[in-house]
Design a binder for this molecule. Sequence first.
Ligand code: NAD
Ligand code: LMR
Length: 345
Amino acid sequence: MVKVTVAGAAGGIGQPLSLLLKLNPLVTELALYDIVNAHGVAADLSHINTPAVVTGHQPSGKEDNSAITAALKNTDLVVIPAGVPRKPGMTRADLFNINASIVRDLVANIARTAPNAAILIISNPVNSTVPIAAEVLKKLGVFNPRKLFGVTTLDVVRAETFLGGLLDVDPSKLRGKISVVGGHSGDTIVPLINYDSEISNKAKSRLSTSDYEKFVNRVQFGGDEVVKAKNGAGSATLSMALAGYRFAENILESLNGRNQPVLIPDSAYIYLPGIPYGKIFSDKHLNGVEFFSVPVRLQNGRIESFIDPFEGLVKTDEEQKLIEVALKGLTGSIKQGTEFVKGSK
Ligand code: NAD
Ligand code: LMR
């Protein structure tokens, strides 16, 4: 019996993500929450012949908390794609003013109604919205760092796709053989492609230095590519729905007692000091930066451990330098998120 709640379910990501969740036989209840059109999306998905019972939840006004409370009651997993997307010319950080309070308020409701649920945050800027969520949960006394995840899977999916194209390899076969760590914005995104000897040798023989640099840049700025192509109609939705589902599926399978099928699991942006070895890792390698995306091993819907990228995944000076740049970018974004909550009522 697994209940999943999607907050922001009627949006560009929320709808296809909810569709994919409806198809998963492990889900017994799918609660769709949005401030618009939640009932319509729920009615539509409820006609699909899979076991998950779909319910729609939409508040009648700003003060109405009953819809979110019902959506969250007894839930095991909350996925949050609520908030505004970018338009051309904007950075993810430009979304902070609107999305920070949306995430803060949703997470406060989770803290009150479903404090044991796993929380997957998709809303941007992820580098700051996850620290916001952590701070809210801390403030309300229910923070479990093993259950809070910033969803960075789209960066992994992109890295697999782009590298597969360059090496003429089926991108789906790269799962678990390359990784992405760091954050989820521009040069905080760090692809690691040298730890699997077969892939690394192929990359060395096929990619010039300039090809490699272009690959890294494309992974780091893949989001901008989509924003530009959509030309004002938003950012990645379909590829994000797939990526968000892929990570949600990891959680569902871990709740069901199944092991992840890959050697190197997907990364997520997590609060390291709350995970065994996380504080040592953060002090030793990250100059004390506390939020970082690393490959996470899951058990029963929570982080059991993570893979230290410096123990075998980071292989070259280039990758090491990319991490140093990423850390500079992350520091300010994390502080902005944390201070936003400290300054809120
Ligand atoms: P969208 O505008 O299509 O959908 C957002 C949905 O959120 C809308 O249906 C809206 O009504 C809803 N919403 C707004 N405020 C809400 C609230 N308080 N409670 C519940 N629902 C609320 O946007 P989208 O394209 O789906 O993108 C959503 C977010 O995901 C954006 O912030 C975007 O930047 C981010 N994103 C993240 C990644 C990632 O890799 N983590 C990838 C793509 C997009
Ligand atoms: C992405 O990587 O596609 C998302 O973070 C959306 C964006 O704003 O680029």
